[in-house]
Design a protein around this ligand. Sequence first.
Ligand code: DC
Length: 227
Amino acid sequence: MRPSTIAIDGPAASGKSTIGYHLSRYLAYLYLDTGVLYRAVTWAALDRHIAIEDEAAITELADNLHIDVVPPTEADGRQYTVSVEGRDVTWDIRTPEVDAAVSPVSAYPGVRAALTRRMREIAALGHVVMVGRDIGTVVIPDADMKLYVVASAEERAHRRQLEMQTHGEDVEYDEVLANLQRRDQIDSHRQTAPLKAAPDAIIFDNTDLTVEEMLTRAENLVDGVEC
Ligand code: DC
C-alpha cells in the first residue's frame, strides 16, 4: 500500500521541494512546503517593521497571523499561492531580505510551536506530502514514509545560483555558497527542532543524479519498487 503521509526533510536547495511537489502530483496528494509558513511570518515582521530580534513580538505575530497556502491562482511558475491577511505574497517571501531573516525567526520556539500546530492539523487529514526541516522528526514523527534529501553544498549552490539567474538575479557563486552554508549552520544547530534525519528516514542523496533520475527514484520509493 502507498504511504498516506510523506515527510520530506533536508537542507536548503537539496531538491526536497522538487521531489515533494512531483510526488504530490504523482499521487494526487496535497502539497505543503512548510518553509513558506516561516517565510510568511518573516515577511510580515519586516513589512510591519518589527525588529527580528524582538522574539516576543514575532511570536505573537506567528500566533495570530492569517496565512493561507492554496493551489496556484496565477500561471507564473508558482507551485502554490501563499497569502498573508488576504494579500498574495507568493514571490515577496522569496526576496534576499526574507532569506536573510528567516533562519533567526524560525529558531524561536514560540514561532515553531504556533506553526507546528497548523502543520499537524493539515497532516491529520492524510494524503499529504509535507516538506521542511523537522517534518519527520517533530511535526509528524509517525509519517508513513520519511525521506531525508541531501546533496553536496557545492552542487546545491550551483543549483540555487542557476535558479536565481532564471529569475533575473545576478549573484556570485561564492556568495550563494556562503549564504547556504550559513543557513545550514543555523538550521542544524538551533536548540529547538534542529535539521537532522529521523532515525527511520531514507537518506536520499541526489548529488550525482539528474532531475529525471531523482524523480524516478522518488516514484519508485513510494511505489515500494525500491527502498
Ligand atoms: O525551505 P525554505 O528555504 O523555504 O525554509 C525557510 C526557512 O524556514 C529555513 O531557514 C528553515 C526554516 N524551516 C524550518 O525551520 N522548519 C521547517 N519545517 C521548514 C522551514
